[in-house]
Design a protein around this ligand. Sequence first.
Ligand SMILES: *Cc1c(COP(=O)(O)O)cnc(C)c1O
Length: 292
Amino acid sequence: MPITSGVDRLVVQGRDFYIKRDDLIDPLLSGNKYRKLYSLIDTPATRYRRLISYGGTQSNAMLSIAALCRQKGWLFDYTAKTVPAHLKASPSGNLRMALELGMQLHEVAPAAYQAAIEKLRSQSDPAMLLVPQGGADPMARFGIDMLAREIDAWRRSRRISSLYIVTPSGTGTTAYYLACALPELMVLTTPVVGDRGYLSAQMERLGAMPRNLRILESGRKHNFARPYPEFLDMWRELKEAGIEFDLIYGAAMWHVLLEQIDRIDGTILYVHSGGLSGNATMLERYRHKGFI
Ligand SMILES: *Cc1c(COP(=O)(O)O)cnc(C)c1O
């Protein structure tokens, strides 16, 4: 049985927001990773023997796939660029948890990384599945369509006609399929990994750009997963308001949303994308930088 999530109200800077609590689905397989991986959660354990993926060593997708493989009894091989010596000596955060869940980490030198990924892509073994970086795959559509149906049922029960759905983007897979599934509603997102051009290019790999998808960009440029005092302030404000978000995607999305809030007139439903498991290591970096 699929797990559904509830909707809570949150008041931020005197404004009302609704929050779709996908963060509460599961501590490890949380947020949009639960949705994106749902078709695999729903797959019989006997279908595969091994999953392989690749990307960053603090990735939320990596941890979610590790948790999924543990549940299913599947092996999990993960390719990443060479890990810094201090992290290898004492792995922290998502990496530590994923290794504890049985993930096999394969490090390759940065110069050899692309070739290594190409090699993974060229393998064909029916008992093995390659999950692209961040779960950016058409298989994500199944679970995101379920999320869209939950949102639409909630909207109808509340008789809300004009609804803005807000969620941050890495690969853009979640925002893209949400917009496809709900063509009469507006989906707002922000690029957290690259800029608008990068995000559009990622989305266009999935298909034509939906007309109801709008990309918001902050007035200030932010690099992926770096500490910024304004993100820390945003995160604290939200936490004090009553809900914890992640310091990378959630903080960036709320920051630009509140920057541009006066241009949005309608009810806002923020889809919590999870990712809280990474906050401890991010807070550590804020401390290291002297921001805390
Ligand atoms: C993975 C992730 C995202 C990005 O999702 P995409 O579908 O790749 O755009 C957003 N927020 C959190 C917390 C994530 O872990």
